[in-house]
Design a protein around this ligand. Sequence first.
Ligand code: ZN
Length: 287
Amino acid sequence: RMSFVPVASGFAQSLRIELEQADPQNFAKEARIVADQMRELQKKTEENQLNQAKVQDKIPLIVIDPGHGGPDFGAVGLNNIAEKDVVLAFAKTLREKIEQSGLFRAALTRDGDVFIPLRERIRIARSQGAVLFISIHADRIPNAAEVKGITIYTNADKATDAEAALLAESENRADLMGGEDTEALREEVTDILEDLAKRETRMKSGLFARTLLGRMESMGQSINKNPIRSAGFRVLRAPDIPSVLLELGYLSSQADVKFLTDPQSRDKMGQEVADAIFRYFALNPVP
Ligand code: ZN
């Protein structure tokens, strides 16, 4: 029997343990019952955890990657609006829309205003077995207030145009902010199997990009003149996960800033991107 006994001075308490003589046979019996119950409980808990893990495993995971964060503001546009904040707000909305479906799980590479190196973003997606990786960004072009709308980028060794090449360069620069060793990020020479896997991943990325564009177009979103482009984006280099980079719009455009900072528009666009994901996987089921 145990009891706490207050001590006269200070905050201390003394613990009193009283021992009683127990009947050895009874004690052994009771101990056995308790042990059996504990084992049963332990088994049930383990089974539950296993079942839960199995269910979780079966629901495919989409990883959403809000660009920049922490000391890296990304593009800073009209009204001093920072890309890192715009993309995080959108990523959270998209996560909600995906999770609501019950068809997919969604996770963010960053949930707050923190810096995460590009390679780490890919590692997060790969370690959790993501089936799709969507990096969210917002662009800015100085002295071109009329340029606006959504652009979808995929990874390629050769950029489709000069603007895409410039954008990739500027997005890749994110790592310099955190002192990341960019030399180590250089793509290594790979074997032929990995090369094939990469090619397939690129094909799927292109397919998803077109599905996404189709959805946005049919819903009347503001689309950039040249809406699907490619360049050497480091963050899209997971060899085995289809990856796209979605530029939500231009922070140098009055219309886009208005749209991107309005919670209702964000909600609508989040739903459209989620619907594009569901459509893509309805046509290209997860293996
Ligand atoms: Zn960006």
